[in-house]
Design a binder for this molecule. Structure first.
Ligand code: ATP
Length: 235
């Protein structure tokens, strides 16, 4: 069992007075890929936002490598080793691929190494002078992940990478995540509606329902649990 890189304890958070997440516990170890699953509105995106400090935590804690994240400003998260790729990707469509990648290095000390990202994603290496809006959905997702990787995170928070992508491209991206983890020890907290593809890459899955953790299990076990799948994952 690996030691926890991220440790979320009894996290309660919401957008107003009413909490969306209730007393959520979650840990992720170095090099682990954990999928966060659940129906629409279960609180998956909210969980990533809370870890990144985009939302004020009402109660509970989130610690990274033993450090309390509460006082860490959103833009400083990357210096602490956490990169967040939001749903919808957040690529700046008026900038080129290369310019977008350089943005990823802004909060990181030293010169960003874009070649590593280009090696990982040859599809965007071939389009480095193209503007964001000229890219396909899959290329934009690769660019968004690539931009996060420029900051050399130890933990990647990845929200719905499969959204709007063809199954073949989704499979390619999931495969790359696993390769990356195997090569670099990157930990990934992966939010996905596409349960099958998330479980194909994750080591473990956490199921959220109405803002509470229902269960956490090995990915294979979850994929085989028909009752759980029917109750919370819709297949
Ligand atoms: P989806 O896959 O549909 O995005 P999710 O599991 O990621 O679902 P969240 O987006 O975290 O769910 O939403 C959880 C709850 O918080 C929902 O009831 C949603 O309506 C509410 N919510 C989300 N964003 C906001 C916001 N900006 N302001 C107020 N309520 C919000």
């Amino acid at each position: 069992m690996s030691t926890a890189l991220l440790e979320v304890k009894q996290l309660t958070v919401g957008y107003g007075a009413a909490p969306v997440l209730h007393e959520v516990d979650l840990t992720i170890g170095e090099g682990q890929i954990v999928a966060v699953l659940g129906a629409n509105g279960a609180g998956k995106t909210t969980l990533l936002r809370a870890i990144s400090n985009m939302l004020p935590i009402t109660a509970g804690t989130a610690k990274f490598d033993g450090i309390d994240l509460k006082p860490v400003k959103v833009e400083r998260m990357v210096r602490h080793g956490i990169a967040h790729v939001p749903e919808g990707r957040g690529v700046v469509t008026e900038l080129t691929v290369e310019e977008n990648l350089r943005l990823g290095g802004l909060w990181r000390k030293g010169k960003p190494d874009l070649d590593e990202v280009y090696d990982l994603f040859p599809a965007i290496a071939n389009r480095r002078n193209h503007l964001g809006h000229q890219l396909s959905g899959g290329e934009r997702q690769m660019l968004a992940i690539g931009r996060a990787l420029v900051a050399k995170p130890r933990l990647l928070l990845l929200d719905e990478p499969s959204l709007g992508l063809a199954p073949k491209i989704t499979a390619q991206i999931m495969g790359l995540l696993r390769d990356l983890r195997d090569r670099t020890g990157l930990a990934v907290l992966l939010v996905e509606q596409n349960v099958r593809s998330a479980l194909s890459v994750a080591d473990e899955g956490v199921v959220l329902n109405l803002g509470r953790v229902v269960t956490r299990q090995k990915a294979d076990t979850l994929a085989d649990d028909a009752d759980l799948r029917h109750a919370y994952l819709g297949f």
